[in-house]
Design a protein. Structure first.
Length: 201
């Protein structure tokens, strides 16, 4: 908080700067795609396995309830009703604890809500909430967690550390996303761009 306050006192526009960082990587649409894609992959794999076992074509599998609820909450996020979205996500997390996609969206909502805050301490608190949520994505990830979601998470975390002036650690996070390769999707490419800007002489 003191670091952010110092930046504001220097005449630097904190909100505009952070908004520019977030705008340079819009994870909103990509995050929605990840939620749908990850679920579609799991459903397709399950359907193929069942079809193999029973030697028959299965009916369409019902959409994962977490994915369905995240789609609904996405509309609330797009309407910029961040408090309601955060409340809905926390409630969903209570029903499905340890679900990385929920943590990712909690972090995203906290980051987006920080854009509208001018008070340095309040903004720092929101960014801390985002940082914690994104870290939980990584700590709860499993072998079948979508690499694209992980890449987006590393980039989002990197943006926050970069904003805090911790560029060295931000680069390490971008490297994590880059190491995921093409499986990281848009997040991997965003990480490459972000890292290039930081190391540019």
């Amino acid at each position: 908080a003191e670091q952010l306050k110092g930046v504001e006192d220097s005449g630097f526009d904190v909100t505009a700067s952070f908004k520019e960082m977030v705008a340079s990587f819009d994870g909103t649409k990509e995050g929605g795609r990840v939620a749908a894609t990850a679920d579609a992959r799991r459903r397709a794999a399950a359907a193929r396995e069942e079809s193999r076992k029973h030697g028959e074509t299965l009916a369409v599998v019902t959409e994962n309830p977490v994915t369905a609820r995240l789609r609904e909450i996405q509309q609330t996020i797009e309407a910029k009703q961040y408090d309601k979205a955060n409340s809905d996500l926390k409630q969903l997390l209570g029903q499905y604890p340890g679900e990385p996609r929920i943590y990712y969206n909690i972090g995203r909502v906290a980051s987006l809500s920080a854009l509208s805050i001018t008070d340095a301490d309040a903004q720092a608190q929101r960014l801390l909430e985002a940082k914690t949520a994104y870290s939980n994505v990584i700590s709860t990830a499993k072998s079948d967690t979508d690499p694209a979601l992980l890449a987006l998470t590393y980039v989002a975390l990197g943006r926050i550390y970069e904003f805090d002036g911790q560029n060295d650690y931000a680069i390490k996070l971008y490297d994590k996303a880059i190491q995921l390769g093409d499986a990281g999707g848009a997040g991997m490419h965003a990480a490459m761009d972000a890292k290039a800007k930081l190391i540019k002489p």
